[in-house]
Design a binder for this molecule. Structure first.
Ligand code: KIV
Length: 266
């Protein structure tokens, strides 16, 4: 049986939730055997699977294809599928149509990026039976308007914007929220006011759980590694061992350490 949101909230009451991105059936099996709680079929697949320089080229069909592959092998983990760029911003009705396609492909929840401007869409989806995970802070689908992959919420106005977005998405009914690449102090303000499960990536060890891109934590993504990435395969061993070490480090709160968060940016 797949975990339910109720199970995830129960786990989070006593330990941190471990999540990784996953794009195929083989890795779904490896990650689940290592004890992963949440599999994210992220639009990062545009970069790590398809070789693009951003997530913008990913289509709904791409995410549905990878979601089907992951879902076929998944027995327990909660599956989140990303609504890709351009598949939900036009109207709540567009978002619902495309969220339904991802849930019919096997997702338990859909994720969308954005703050206050997406709150009405989140409320529309939740009211119609679609569990939603928000995504604030560094939102990779906004890479062109953000001017690159930069830490967000560094100044007072930016921090208030991220905080207001996090609040609006949760007030609209999102059950989960990814907070990416913000100063630790800001992440902790979001956690202190939370109504949803907060999953950090470059945020704070105080979040309810952590997520990383699978290829990043296996050290096989080319180029400069963001501060929040740790290569769990670097010490040798095997992929299953690396994933098990990641799950243990997240559950115990050992990852992220101070070297993986933005300590003094704000
Ligand atoms: O697509 C993705 O992999 C993500 C994570 C970075 C959270 O959204």
């Amino acid at each position: 049986m797949r975990y339910t949101l109720h199970d995830l909230r129960r786990f989070a009451a006593t330990r941190k939730l471990a999540s990784l991105t996953c794009y195929d059936a083989s890795f779904a099996g490896v990650l689940e055997d290592a004890g992963i709680d949440i599999l994210l079929v992220g639009d990062s697949l545009g970069m790590v699977i398809q070789g693009h320089s951003s997530t913008l080229a990913v289509t709904l069909g791409d995410v549905a294809y990878h979601t089907r592959a992951v879902a076929r092998r998944t027995r327990t983990a909660w599956i989140i599928a990303d609504l890709p760029f351009g598949s939900y911003q036009a109207s709540p009705e567009q978002a619902l149509r495309n969220a339904v396609e991802l849930m019919q492909a096997g997702a338990d929840m859909v994720k969308l990026e954005g703050g206050e401007e997406m709150a009405a869409t989140v409320a529309f989806l939740v009211a119609r039976g679609v569990p939603v995970c928000g995504h604030v802070g560094l939102t990779p689908q906004h890479v062109q308007t953000l001017g690159g992959y930069r830490i967000q919420g560094k100044d007072a106005a930016g921090a208030e914007r991220v905080l207001a977005g996090a609040r609006a998405i949760q007030d609209a009914g999102a059950d989960m929220l990814v907070v990416e690449a913000v100063p630790q102090a800001l992440a902790e303000r979001i956690v202190a006011q939370r109504r949803a499960l907060i999953i950090g990536i470059g945020a704070s060890s105080g979040c309810d759980g952590q997520v990383l891109v699978l290829h990043d934590m296996l050290g096989i993504t080319p180029g400069k590694r963001p501060r929040f990435v740790k290569d769990f395969l670097a010490d040798g061993g095997s992929i299953p061992t690396a994933v098990r070490r990641y799950v243990e480090a997240v559950r115990s709160g050992a990852f992220p350490g101070p070297e993986h968060v933005y300590l003094d940016e704000h």
